[in-house]
Design a protein around this ligand. Structure first.
Ligand SMILES: Cc1cc2nc3c(=O)[nH]c(=O)nc-3n(C[C@H](O)[C@H](O)[C@H](O)COP(=O)(O)OP(=O)(O)OC[C@H]3O[C@@H](n4cnc5c(N)ncnc54)[C@H](O)[C@@H]3O)c2cc1C
Ligand SMILES: NC(=O)c1ccc[n+]([C@@H]2O[C@H](COP(=O)([O-])OP(=O)(O)OC[C@H]3O[C@@H](n4cnc5c(N)ncnc54)[C@H](OP(=O)(O)O)[C@@H]3O)[C@@H](O)[C@H]2O)c1
Length: 274
């Protein structure tokens, strides 16, 4: 769209951006910008409304993880949506789809479709221990997994790492998760409320504290699942996983990397990050 816009705007900046054709530069430019910013900052000439509409792309669908098991909620599909709001270039902004969903009222309808992800599934063997790392909206599939394991009476042990800014306001599914813990479905529930103390605490810090136990679970065949933010969290959790294997498994960095590679091959390390 920027290419088409710059042809009509004559902006030297946009011309150089397009000429550079640098993916990162495009991403940096687009981040936090909407069409209105282009229109205001880089005015362009269009012959008529149709000429303008012709450069617009079709609205893209957004994906949301299903956060319920059909066994626990027959006929229902639950989503766990974080409303995207931020301020850029002097304006309050809202993400298109998340704020739309937040505005829906009971009885409203909207179009949805199902996108299957065969690479992110509960282990086939119900006795496989499960370690789940799902801060923020990353909790979504793990609530579904836990509901499913409860409904089917799966014998595998379950360990959840959850994190969000504040315990008082952001402990998603608190009652249900604490009940799972009381019932023994969740053998371990480790939380990291990042902003409840001066120094930030993240899920990977909890993983580090529990490194020896984590290694024990892995050696007992546990599958390791991660869901949520791709840009920072998933990378840091991956580092923490390698560290735990190295430190508590007595391995070199290369051996830890090989161990993780084997986990991936065995589908014991699955991620759904965005
Ligand atoms: C496989 C998958 C599963 C997902 N599961 C979930 C889920 O379970 N729950 C969930 O809530 N989301 C989930 N998402 C994310 C979801 O699909 C949307 O990306 C998210 O809701 C934002 O969509 P939106 O239309 O509200 O925002 P958009 O209108 O798409 O706006 C996003 C854009 O806003 C800008 N922006 C956002 N934040 C800032 C900021 N702080 N500063 C400056 N600019 C900013 C950026 O340009 C960004 O590209 C998932 C994504 C994938 C790929
Ligand atoms: N690509 C995307 O579309 C995308 C991906 C993820 C999140 N988001 C947006 O971010 C907002 C909230 O998303 P969310 O609810 O999923 O939560 P989130 O932003 O992923 O935050 C959840 C928790 O993770 C913490 N965190 C921050 N950096 C971390 C790191 N490196 N490692 C581990 N934990 C880390 C956060 O702490 P602090 O915030 O206190 O640092 C917070 O406590 C939404 O607006 C969402 O749309 C967008």
């Amino acid at each position: 769209m920027i290419e088409k816009w710059q042809a009509r705007s004559g902006s030297p900046f946009l011309r150089s951006l397009v000429a550079a054709n640098d993916k990162q530069a495009y991403q940096d430019f687009i981040w936090g910008r909407e069409l209105i910013d282009l229109a205001l900052d880089y005015p362009a000439d269009f012959t008529d409304a149709e000429d303008f509409v012709a450069i617009l792309r079709k609205l893209q669908p957004r994906l949301y993880s299903i956060s319920s098991s059909p066994l626990a909620h027959p006929g229902e599909v639950h989503l766990t949506v974080g409303e995207v709001t931020y301020r850029t270039f002097g304006r309050e902004r809202g993400g298109v789809c998340s704020t739309f969903l937040a505005r829906l009222a009971a009885g409203d309808t909207t179009g949805v479709y199902l996108h299957e992800n065969p690479a992110f599934r509960l282990p086939e063997n119900p006795s496989t221990p499960l370690i789940m790392v799902g801060p923020g909206t990353g909790i979504a599939p793990f609530r579904a997994f836990l509901e499913d394991r409860q409904a089917t009476g799966a014998k595998g042990r379950n360990w959840l790492f959850f994190g969000n800014p504040h315990a008082a306001t952001d402990f998603l599914y608190q009652e249900q998760l604490e009940q799972f813990f009381k019932d023994g479905l969740l053998e371990r529930l480790d939380t990291a409320f990042s902003r409840d103390q001066a120094k930030k605490i993240y899920v990977q810090d909890r993983m580090k504290e529990q490194g020896a136990e984590l290694w024990k679970w892995l050696e007992e065949g546990a599958a390791f699942y991660v869901c949520g933010d791709a840009s920072r969290m998933a990378k840091d959790v991956d580092v923490a996983l390698h560290d735990a294997i190295q430190t508590h498994g007595g391995k070199t960095a290369e051996e830890a990397a090989a161990y993780v590679a084997q986990m991936k091959k065995d589908k014991r390390y699955q991620r759904d990050v965005y």
